[in-house]
Design a protein around this ligand. Structure first.
Ligand code: 2PG
Length: 206
């Protein structure tokens, strides 16, 4: 049985381009983001992959990325489940702030801790640990059972909601996930065993 799970971060958004903390805000893709999403779809098509069900967040940039990928695959209209459990980490008071300006205001080190530490939340927002505490229960309840049933699943989501999931799938330590950056519009292909453990992983960025 092919227990296929493909994770893909959305293509470049308007606020990625402007280098602004985005979190739960809802900018759409840029032209480059649209091209990245189409290219991701083309990569999956070239690998002859197709899907039985899709999951995405409640945010436009992830939904749009998924639509563009499915169009490339000729799978428009595939059953898609949207849930805010897959949303980006809530950046709290940093939301809408330029990342360079935040570094000037709070210092490089502090901003790096907010962005990449495991359990230090930005003011008013979610740490990666808090993000994992909503992503993982959703994954275990809704996504994993479908993969284990033999459905080929694609998940289009966000840098930090996917890092939370990847940390669990790949059994990474907080130190290891700190360094893990996900490219926009880059699929990561997992195959799982009957217990949901990762058998193989292929990051199409490599
Ligand atoms: O702004 C955000 O919401 C995220 C993803 O782009 O940023 P970061 O890379 O700081 O986690």
């Amino acid at each position: 049985m092919d227990r296929l799970l493909v994770l893909v971060r959305h293509g470049q958004s308007d606020w990625n381009l402007k280098n602004v903390f985005t979190g739960w805000k809802d900018p759409d893709l840029t032209e480059l983001g649209i091209a990245e999403a189409r290219a991701a779809g083309a990569q999956l098509r070239d690998l002859k992959l197709s899907f039985d069900i899709a999951f995405t967040s409640d945010l436009t940039r992830a939904q749009h990325t998924l639509e563009l990928i499915l169009a490339e695959l000729g799978q428009e209209g595939l059953e898609t489940i949207r849930n805010q459990a897959l949303n980006e980490r809530d950046y709290g008071d940093l939301t809408g702030m330029n990342k360079d300006e935040a570094r000037q205001q709070f210092g490089e080190e502090q901003v790096h801790i907010w962005r990449r530490s495991f359990d230090v939340p930005p003011p008013g927002g979610e740490s990666l640990k808090m993000t994992a505490e909503r992503v993982l229960p959703y994954y275990r309840a809704e996504i994993l059972p479908r993969v284990l049933d033999g459905n080929r699943v694609i998940v289009a989501a966000h840098g930090n909601s996917l890092r939370a999931l990847i940390m669990d799938l790949e059994k990474l330590t907080p130190e290891q996930i700190l360094k893990r950056e996900l490219g926009t519009g880059t699929p990561i292909i997992y195959r799982l065993d009957e217990d949901g453990e990762v058998v193989s992983v292929e990051d199409l960025a490599d």
